[in-house]
Design a protein around this ligand. Structure first.
Ligand SMILES: Cc1cc2nc3c(=O)[nH]c(=O)nc-3n(C[C@H](O)[C@H](O)[C@H](O)COP(=O)(O)OP(=O)(O)OC[C@H]3O[C@@H](n4cnc5c(N)ncnc54)[C@H](O)[C@@H]3O)c2cc1C
Length: 477
């Protein structure tokens, strides 16, 4: 209790100091109960210090970071290796910790008509599809976390980010891969020979990042295979509608997750019900470079992985005409995301690849961008930049490291073979349903895990860490 009071006093003191200093955007919320500053929440304050920032990679992480930084008044250039935007796969889930930020960044209107909010996620037993646990999403998540849990086609999300970034004045250069990062001089050398310099280079160049070894002093720590691969596919909904045994999966937009021995199948409709998205995770220890690209072989292996599962699921799997087999990689929390000169920073999958079992890889990349823009808006002189980046790095390494952990925990919770552990898990899921409280193994419904995952405010967390540092420096903490 005393600690709480001390923290509140400290927060209040920081606010008063900030209002007196008038050095930066002031405060966006009060330490006392009031909503009088709520109107500011959708209006990010401009940074006092305007930086030239280069971003490598125009994936979901790079583009959302570009928007967040541009909105604060920085000059942003994005260099993307691919000649055209190329988000592969199909659907992506956007949980509230990310949708809240995307809305604040003004991406919402670019997504109009492209998203769907599932009513619920149903966790089902592998063998017969019986429901083990239901998480109400639509109204419940909005109410609990103040933002929607939505699904969208990846290309739709990337296109929306691209259009929004362009409209804000971000320079985006496609077909412009970075061949070398020179963090000493703050320069990137492009594959086409161009050389560009910046105050800060943000590498959002994905799981096989070439910036990561530079940050780590020449020693790479690549993400590693987690022992699983996923078949990613979309199913023709016209085929599904013709079969009454599977058509109900399209009735109301909802997510269904079948869980079983070492495997699971996540499904949901996207694109206003025009496509049905499937991710089928299964064990795979072989080297991805040896995988056959032949569709006949892949589809045969995919069906074999899920034979004897719930006949409804098997029917939908048999409707898949084309699929991609995708390795599932995870990093472990890195010691740093920043090069020693503090001029090169890695974010997104380059910094924190994770297995997709919490649906948080892109979501945490959106957090990375919003949090970076926020902390840079708090500095009042360029000399504070290294400190701000250090604080950012520590806050983000912890958050994303815990998300890597939570994602692997879901794999453990979902993949028990039939037996004592599976029975205990199923019982615990059902008990939690009826008693509403308890140690729920469904992390969407586990109140503590859900509050941590979806209630997280990435901007607030870096702001708090920055204010604590300011208080410590002035001897107030
Ligand atoms: C099966 C599956 C399901 C998933 N589902 C979800 C989900 O539901 N929700 C969620 O939040 N996340 C999900 N994820 C994770 C999510 O897809 C990733 O975390 C996210 O796309 C990473 O974004 P990024 O921008 O960091 O990297 P990427 O998307 O990999 O983008 C990197 C970009 O950098 C470019 N690039 C690479 N090298 C260079 C270079 N040298 N110079 C310039 N450009 C370069 C690449 O061409 C690419 O465009 C899922 C992942 C998988 C595999």
């Amino acid at each position: 209790m005393d600690d709480d009071r001390e923290n509140m006093i400290e927060r209040c003191r920081a606010h008063v100091q900030s209002l007196l200093d008038k050095k930066h955007g002031g405060i966006q919320e009060t330490s006392y109960p009031s909503t009088s500053l709520n109107f500011l929440k959708n209006l990010p304050p401009n940074s006092l210090i305007k930086l030239n920032i280069i971003i490598s990679g125009a994936g979901l992480g790079g583009l959302s970071t570009a928007i967040a930084l541009r909105r604060r008044g920085h000059k942003v250039k994005v260099f993307e290796k691919a000649p055209a935007l190329n988000e592969v796969g199909a659907g992506i889930q956007v949980p509230p910790n990310s949708s809240r930020l995307l809305s604040k960044l003004g991406v919402g209107s670019y997504l109009d008509g492209k998203t769907a909010e599932p009513e619920a996620i149903r966790v089902r037993r592998w063998k017969d599809g019986s429901v083990l646990s239901i998480t109400a999403l639509k109204s419940s998540f909005r109410e609990k976390f103040g933002a929607p849990y939505f699904v969208v086609h990846r290309a739709g999300l990337q296109g929306a980010l691209f259009e929004c970034a362009k409209d804000l004045g971000v320079e985006i250069h496609l077909g412009s891969g970075v061949s070398r990062y020179d963090d000493e001089s703050g320069k990137v050398v492009l594959e086409n020979g161009g050389v560009h310099s910046a105050d800060l280079i943000v590498a959002a160049d994905g799981v096989h990042s070439s910036a990561r070894p530079v940050v780590l002093g020449g020693v790479n720590q690549p993400a590693r295979e987690a022992g699983f691969a996923a078949y990613r596919a979309v199913v023709d909904v016209d085929l599904m509608k013709q079969d009454s045994e599977v058509a109900w999966l399209l009735d109301s937009p909802g997510q269904n997750l079948w869980i079983g021995d070492g495997r699971h199948a996540m499904t949901y409709p996207i694109a206003n019900g025009k496509s049905f998205n499937m991710v089928l995770s299964h064990p795979s220890d072989s080297d991805p470079s040896t995988w056959s690209q032949d569709q006949g072989n892949i589809i045969r292996d995919m069906r074999k992985q899920f034979e004897n599962w719930d006949p409804t699921l098997v029917k939908v799997i048999n409707m898949i005409q084309k699929t991609l087999k995708w390795p599932l990689l995870t990093g472990v929390p890195l010691s740093k995301w920043l090069s020693p000169t503090k001029r090169l920073l890695i974010i997104g999958d380059a910094a924190h690849a994770m297995v997709p079992y919490m649906s948080q890889g892109a979501a945490t990349a959106v957090e990375d961008g919003a949090a970076l823009a926020e902390i840079l808006s708090l500095i009042t002189s360029p000399s504070e930049l290294p400190d701000a980046l250090d604080i950012y790095e520590r806050v983000r390494i912890l958050r994303t490291g815990q998300m890597q952990e939570a994602s692997l925990v879901n794999g453990k919770l979902w993949h028990f073979a039939d037996g004592a552990e599976q029975q205990a898990r199923d019982k615990a899921m059902k008990r939690a349903e009826s008693e509403l409280e308890g140690e729920n193994p469904n992390q969407w419904n586990n109140s503590e895990a859900a509050a941590w995952a979806y209630g997280y405010n990435a901007e607030y967390e870096v702001r708090r860490a920055w204010n604590e540092r300011a208080s410590r420096a002035s001897g107030r903490l």
